[in-house]
Unconditional design. Structure first.
Length: 450
């Protein structure tokens, strides 16, 4: 059932009227993800009751898709048995995500009621650094031995598939758990049942290391069209897999982080709607203070030429246009380069080639803008030819410098280990504003003899 077909008012009415049979029927026809999205609309005092109406086989999946706030509310209300059932039914990587999101008191309650084996697996995964392959992988993969026959493999898959997150790609390991190859269900279906897995497996395996950056792992999955990628330790022992659903989560997280940094906001894991106004303030104010302080340089430059501007007041009218155009030109270049870096299309060795290309683009853009502006200055603003020349020469050089700065800074940031997204619009604009004013007043000084 599509999410739009789930009427929240009907759900509330059925809950209030205690028409549980009708509610169960309604939920049984709905998609688990749609139900999870609905949970945020259910009144908090009826959330536990609503959860207990969920289809038993899907309750853990729905719980995994819920927002952390609703998860915490439920966990605090759960009986010991309900906590144990949820943790046992959840995929291990979802259980780890849950533990990472919850406050310490709730985490203690979760781990206290998890069975020893699950608790051990959760603690093992929590040891990996944040944003590493180890932190997002699941240990619930399908492993086979090379001396198994296809018939043996199918029997193992039937027996253990319920406990695994992915069974479409199976991983062949030796007695020491070292990864030897992979084999797909499709391959096994197409050969005689007495074929040995060792003869069927693909030995050239694309894998990730536990400490690899999660973004690199996702890029490898996209590059090689993988729905899952095995994760090995330093001894090439298979310890887990990263599946496509985790990859999508990582992509969303990384893209959100880049967008926030490009807008000069400290990244946060919380959805905007669930972030308090004070938390939002704390994420934004440091950057605003930094940008405000850096912007004072433009004020200092204007103050330095204050007396000269007194002689040619008309020059003041074109300062906003020059600064805005320079900032826009720099932002265009920086966003294009940041995108290229994120897709691994651009490396540090390409810097001179990129600068050459951006120089030519900037020159064409600058001249086009200058010609259009020159006509406008003479015909509509009725300024002198000399003033128009100052403004238009500044425009050409400002656009050129802005694009060179915009394409260079993200590459240099990446080279020294910073996120290139930091060098996006706000910083580029602030830097270019100061440069454009210096160029403007230099041209004015020489041409107008200020």
């Amino acid at each position: 059932m599509d999410e739009k077909k789930i009427d929240i008012e009907l759900v509330k009415e059925l809950l209030t009227g205690r028409k549980f049979a009708e509610l169960r029927h309604l939920l049984s026809e709905a998609n688990p993800v749609d139900i999870a999205a609905l949970m945020g609309e259910v009144p908090e005092d009826k959330l536990l009751l609503f959860y207990r109406m969920l289809p038993k086989g899907e309750a853990a999946d729905i719980f995994s898709e819920m927002d952390p706030e609703e998860q915490e509310t439920l966990i605090r209300s759960f009986s010991d048995r309900e906590i144990r059932e949820v943790i046992e039914e959840m995929n291990i990587d979802d259980a780890v995500d849950l533990v990472e999101e919850m406050p310490a008191v709730v985490v203690n309650k979760i781990l206290r009621h998890a069975d020893p084996e699950t608790r051990k697996e959760i603690n093992e995964l929590l040891k990996y650094p944040e944003d590493s392959a180890g932190s997002v992988m699941t240990t619930e993969y399908m492993s086979l031995k090379s001396d198994m026959t296809v018939s043996d493999a199918f029997e193992r898959i039937r027996r253990t598939a319920d406990e695994k997150e992915d069974i479409y790609t199976c991983y062949v390991i030796d007695p020491f758990r070292q990864l030897k190859g992979t084999v797909s269900l499709k391959d096994m279906f197409l050969v005689p049942k007495d074929t040995e897995i060792g003869d069927l497996m693909e030995t050239h395996v694309i894998s990730a290391r536990t400490l690899d950056d999660q973004e690199k792992v996702v890029k490898d999955m996209a590059k090689y069209n993988l729905t899952a990628i095995p994760v090995v330790d330093q001894e090439n022992r298979l310890v887990g897999i990263v599946t496509v659903d985790d990859a999508i989560d990582v992509l969303q997280e990384e893209n959100t982080e880049d967008i926030e940094m490009m807008a000069a906001i400290t990244p946060t894991d919380k959805p905007y709607i669930n972030t308090s106004f004070f938390e939002t303030y704390k994420k934004r104010i440091p950057w605003l203070l930094l940008l405000m302080i850096s912007a004072t340089f433009t004020g200092a430059i204007i103050t330095r030429y204050e007396s000269a501007l007194g002689k040619y007041v008309i020059l003041t009218a074109y300062i906003p246009m020059l600064m805005d155009t320079g900032g826009n030109a720099g932002s265009q270049a920086s966003v294009s380069i940041i995108r290229g870096i994120s897709l691994d299309e651009i490396e540090f060795g390409d810097i001179f080639r990129i600068q050459g290309k951006e120089f030519l683009v900037a020159l064409l853009c600058g001249v086009t803008l200058a010609v259009a502006n020159f006509v406008k200055l003479l015909l509509f603003d009725k300024v002198s030819m000399v003033i128009a020349l100052v403004v238009c020469c500044t425009l050409v050089l400002t656009v050129t410098v802005a694009k060179l700065v915009g394409c260079t800074l993200p590459i240099l940031a990446k080279r020294i280990g910073f996120d290139p997204a930091v060098m996006a619009s706000p910083f580029i604009t602030t830097i270019v504003d100061a440069i454009s004013l210096m160029i403007y007043f230099q041209f004015a000084s020489h041409i107008l003899d200020m």
